[in-house]
Write a protein that binds this ligand. Structure first.
Ligand SMILES: C[S@@+](CC[C@H](N)C(=O)[O-])C[C@H]1O[C@@H](n2cnc3c(N)ncnc32)[C@H](O)[C@@H]1O
Length: 264
């Protein structure tokens, strides 16, 4: 029996529990703001706009998603442009890219990086869940780097899907990536304690299992099943053309096609 080891272990677990309350005290819009503040830091702008990342181009997973749409050109709305890593190769393939980001410095650097490659892209400084662009204008919307998971609450994500739906023309496609972990385990007692804390602090009453602050830097929601994604996508007005869920990975992607929405 080593009481100090036991105490050490207890404090370690207690510390992790206390830290996990950060997400419970912030409401959904605070969580988006938390993420915005993180990405606005000069060192993060630097890291998402650096040359080696931009030159790395599309990932293998992104190429797989792209292969599953019949379009080779058209207007592409790139959500979360960062420094232009995807914008540049997509424009080189023939898409007319409009990039959206809520960090003005990212947008400026993406434009500059594109120009270095002899490419002009349009840009908008906007928060994606409040997307405000012309209706029926784009052929493709693109939200990669697992960013479909960046928006707290199912309600907000469906609202965002409907905005993307409206931005797309009737034959439009939406390609997205998300965090996905059907094997994640949860301790029911800890979950209850966290919810009580949210209640007592008038905090995040909309907390969903799978919500977390990844590396203490940004909000993500990790989806527990294909079904949870499917029902959101359908409610947002999209038909699933392909799910790309590589085994033993905690990220996945989907190719969605705009469907007729009777109430939208
Ligand atoms: C993970 S980085 C990905 C950048 C780029 N897509 C890439 O893969 O290289 C996420 C980018 O999206 C932006 N972003 C994150 N959440 C956003 C939101 N809610 N609205 C607008 N931009 C957002 C960040 O500022 C950042 O530039």
């Amino acid at each position: 029996m080593r009481p100090r080891v036991t105490l050490g272990r207890f404090l370690n677990r207690f510390g992790r529990f206390i830290q996990s309350l950060d997400i419970m005290v912030m409401r959904p819009q605070d969580l988006v703001e938390y993420t915005r503040q993180t990405y606005s830091r000069p060192k993060n702008v630097e890291s998402w706009t650096r040359k080696d990342l931009i030159d790395s181009g599309l990932t293998q997973d992104e190429k797989i998603l792209l292969e599953n749409i019949p379009l080779k050109e058209g207007r592409l709305l790139l959500l979360g442009i960062g420094g232009g890593r995807e914008a540049i190769p997509l424009a080189k393939r023939g898409f007319r890219v409009t990039g959206v980001d809520f960090v003005p410095d990212m947008v400026k650097k993406a434009k500059k990086n594109a120009l270095k490659h002899g490419i002009e892209i349009k840009t908008l400084v906007q928060e994606i869940s409040k997307l405000n662009v012309p209706a029926s204008y784009y052929n493709i919307a693109w939200l990669s780097a697992a960013m479909y998971s960046s928006f707290p609450t199912r309600k907000k994500r469906v609202e965002m899907l409907r905005r993307i739906h409206s931005a797309l023309n009737p034959e439009g496609y939406f390609l997205c990536e998300f965090h996905f972990n059907p094997k994640a385990g949860y301790n029911p007692e800890v979950e209850i304690l966290r919810k009580i804390f949210a209640f007592l602090t008038f905090g995040n009453l909309m907390y969903e299992k799978g919500d977390m602050l990844l590396g203490n830097t940004e909000f993500i929601h990790s989806f527990p099943s294909e079904e949870s994604l499917k029902s959101e996508f359908e409610e947002g007005g999209f038909k699933i053309i392909k799910f790309h869920l590589p085994e033993e990975r905690i990220r996945g992607g989907a190719v969605l096609r705009k469907e007729f929405l009777s109430n939208g």
